[in-house]
Design a protein around this ligand. Structure first.
Ligand code: ADP
Ligand code: NA
Length: 331
């Protein structure tokens, strides 16, 4: 049996967007105090796609600032960046030798990201899920809060743990559970409701950035693609209306309530009513966080200090797990 422990991470590849906040950071903060919590800025994952070095260093601090501004408390959670704890890369290599090529070939995120260009992307992008398994299993994490887009990777983490345990005749790595709950596990793009919102999209109008100002947020919600119907009387009426569903889900997640409650409040309302209300709510919730983020970003030395302390705490857990893994493997 394994002590309950949470691990999750965010890539510093472009600014934080609303999906990162509602689907990840806000939920991470909510899990503080319920069990041991370890949160990472996964910079080694970011470089699976080329990053400008100065932007990457800044992006790492920005994600750290986002965590802190949203309420992550370094006294309650371990906060660090992945590259500072070398055991991630070391265990990642071992898992490259456990995971099968056929498993990687089934990863839908790789197919989406590589598209028709699969021969030209980095080997790291292909192997990314086995490094992610190392991130999680180095801490014997039992729970991984993520958005729906990461579900398949957490399942692969379980496959890697099970194969390692089986191949070496041990019960060393836990079978980690993904935690995917709440109304915003898959926030969609505002201009194309078939795609999830992400840090890098074709156009900035597709996403709400954590650092967008109030006018920009209002403009983006105003221009969000929807149908022309008013909001339905019940949530069942959203089933065949993905864009409407997305905006109601965002409202619910921002307001710590359910889509049912939002619909009860706005049944029959038109977009001319709902979109400005959603924008006001988003600004009310995000403005204090973005102001705090800016404050943290003004003092990069302080962020670096917090990350360095977190890395020390992370190493204290990760290094013995790696040493034990080496013993098991015969290295
Ligand atoms: P991105 O896809 O924006 O580059 P990451 O891959 O760094 O973000 O993901 C960080 C966390 O944010 C993960 O738990 C991921 O599932 C979550 N996440 C990312 N985009 C969304 C979204 N649109 N809706 C809900 N959660 C999301
Ligand atoms: Na992602």
């Amino acid at each position: 049996t394994f002590t309950p422990r949470v691990f999750s991470g965010i890539k510093p590849s472009g600014g934080l967007q609303l999906g990162n906040y509602l689907g990840a950071i806000k939920r991470f903060v909510g899990m503080q105090g319920t069990m041991e919590t370890i949160y990472c800025v996964v910079d080694l994952h970011a470089i699976t796609v080329w990053q400008d070095p100065a932007d990457l260093a800044n992006g790492t601090r920005e994600v750290a600032a986002g965590y802190l501004a949203a309420g992550l408390d370094p006294a309650k959670s371990i906060l660090f960046n992945q590259s500072r704890v070398a055991a991630h890369a070391e265990l990642g290599w071992i898992f490259n030798c456990v995971a099968r090529v056929g498993w990687m070939n089934r990863m839908t995120q790789f197919k989406d990201k590589a598209g028709s260009n699969a021969e030209k992307v980095s080997l790291g992008l292909y192997a990314y899920p086995s490094l992610m398994a190392a991130d999680i299993l180095l801490y014997h994490a039992t729970h991984v809060p993520v958005g729906e887009d990461q579900k398949q990777h957490v399942e692969l983490t379980r496959d890697i743990a099970a194969k390692f345990n089986h191949d070496y005749g041990v019960d060393f790595f836990p079978l980690t559970e993904p935690v995917i709950d709440g109304p915003a596990t898959r926030v969609m793009n505002l201009r194309d409701g078939t795609k999830k919102m992400s840090k890098s999209g074709d156009s900035d109008m597709e996403r709400i950035n954590m650092l967008d100002d109030a006018d920009t947020i209002a403009k983006k919600f105003k221009k969000a693609k929807t149908d022309a119907e008013p909001l339905p009387e019940t949530v069942e009426g959203l089933k065949t209306r993905p864009e409407a569903r997305n905006l109601v889900d965002i409202y619910a997640a921002l307001d710590d309530t359910t889509p049912e409650t939002v619909i009860a409040q706005y049944a029959g309302a038109g977009w001319g009513t709902f979109k400005p209300a959603l924008a006001d709510l988003a600004v009310a919730k995000l403005a204090p966080i973005s102001q705090d983020m800016a404050r943290f970003m003004d003092d990069p030395a302080e962020i670096d200090r917090i990350l360095a302390q977190g890395a020390d705490k992370a190493r204290a857990i990760a290094d013995p797990v790696l040493q034990r893994t080496y013993d098991i493997v015969g290295l």
